[in-house]
Write a protein that binds this ligand. Structure first.
Ligand code: NIG
Ligand code: FE
Length: 399
């Protein structure tokens, strides 16, 4: 029972009988990066974690939840998605699975559909994909504009995104807008000028698709530098489809993250290892484009911080499932299950330069995912199985 002294928001809840608790605090539990505690309990007060440890030592609380010998991990931090769009690209996917290669050009199809959509339609799509992600254990997500490519449509996308998350990214530089096909310099001027002015108030981050068919290194540098001057922090879609300057530019500009990192030279890997920029790997994109996998093992062995995210978008990776990405990373990218779970939680937080999510330590947000499994390893061991049986977000049970 809740005494009158406790308002609902400060009532404490004990989650106990957790067979395996991933804290991501190396000073807890087994001392590994996952800070794995067996026979554990967590205490939540308001929207925060206030205690974790051996269940036999747990303090008294107002409420109690029995995890029945299941595993708890931090809510997933999906640090890369494109959820503000309309329509889908089933035909393009079908054609690709019959042998047609992926190209950035398909983005235009979604730009046309997104421009034609009403605010309400865009809002309904974001709500739907977010609910889908939440059911699969994602409690923090970043999302981008990039399917508007006019001043009004980019600002609208960011307004829609900002109603759902603080991690909003301005991606006016996704591709050159069709109207500027003959004048890419004019489009870069728009992206760094009037469009940036309209978008900066709604965003935390600025991103560029640095790739053949999108923006080159000089254009990307100009765009990110202009964003920085307006208070936005850079992140880059880099080295996805081919080798290029994106990764080294990301490190040079102290971008929070270089995303994709599929085609890397030794110099790219050395640059990442020497900087603060996280390498965000997005295996859903390689799955859906039948491309070669990024080499997570090479990055980890070089000491690079790796995040794993969905890249959820209608063209190259139409999945909102972090558990699916964990399974792919373990099967095909050389990651251990422990590394993949860390990258999808603490790694995603690092890619967003956050320390209040992606870990279950006193003071962090009480974002927890309860698995219908005795261990976090089952996320990779039982691919495709809906293992998420409970989700707490900001201390509230939402699934
Ligand atoms: O992350 N790389 C650029 N953007 C998306 C693809 C978007 C699309 O094809 O619609 C990506 O893969
Ligand atoms: Fe992307």
């Amino acid at each position: 029972t809740v005494s009158p002294a406790h308002s609902a928001s400060t009532a404490s809840t004990l989650i106990t009988n957790i067979a395996a608790l991933v804290t991501n605090d190396p000073s807890s539990g087994d001392g590994s990066p996952l800070g794995l505690v067996q026979d554990a309990a967590v205490v939540i007060e308001g929207d925060r974690v206030v205690w974790t440890g051996d269940q036999s030592k747990a303090p008294a609380t107002d409420n109690r939840v029995d995890a029945e010998g299941r595993a708890v991990v931090p809510g997933f931090v999906d640090s890369h998605s494109h959820l503000v769009f309309a329509g889908d690209r089933t035909q393009e996917f079908n054609a690709r699975m019959s042998g047609r290669p992926y190209s950035a050009g398909g983005i235009r199809t979604t730009v046309a559909a997104t421009r034609a959509a009403s605010d309400r339609e865009l809002e309904a799509n974001v709500t739907r994909y977010l609910a889908e992600a939440l059911r699969q254990g994602t409690t923090t997500f970043e999302t981008k504009s990039g399917y508007g490519l006019t001043v009004e449509d980019e600002a609208r996308a960011l307004r829609v995104a900002a109603a759902h998350t603080d991690e909003v990214t301005y991606l006016g530089a996704h591709i050159v807008a069709p109207e500027f096909a003959e004048d890419p310099a004019g489009y870069v001027a728009l992206v760094t000028g009037e469009m940036l002015d309209a978008c900066a108030p709604h965003a935390r981050w600025i991103d560029v698709f640095c790739e053949k068919g999108a923006f080159d290194g000089d254009q990307a540098r100009a765009i990110l530098t202009a964003g920085k001057a307006k208070g936005l922090h850079p992140r880059i879609h880099a080295n996805q489809l081919s080798y290029g300057p994106g990764v080294q530019l990301a490190v040079e500009l102290d971008a929070a993250s270089a995303d994709h990192c599929t085609h890397l030279t030794d110099a790219d890997v050395d640059a990442l290892a020497g900087g603060r920029t996280v390498a965000t790997l997005l295996p859903g994109a390689e799955f859906s484009t039948r491309a070669a996998w990024p080499d997570a093992r090479r990055l980890l062995d070089a000491g690079v911080t790796v995040a794993l995210s969905t890249d959820c978008n209608p063209g190259s990776s139409f999945t909102s499932s972090v558990p699916f990405c964990i399974a792919l990373a373990v099967r095909d990218m050389g990651m251990t299950p422990d590394e993949a779970v860390w990258s999808a939680t603490a790694g995603g937080a690092a890619a967003l330069r956050r320390d209040d999510v992606g870990r279950l330590t006193p003071g962090a947000y009480a974002d927890l995912t309860l698995l219908d499994a005795p261990s976090h390893v089952h996320l990779a061991y039982r691919p495709g199985v809906p293992l998420v049986s409970g989700v707490w977000r900001r201390g509230e049970r939402v699934v």
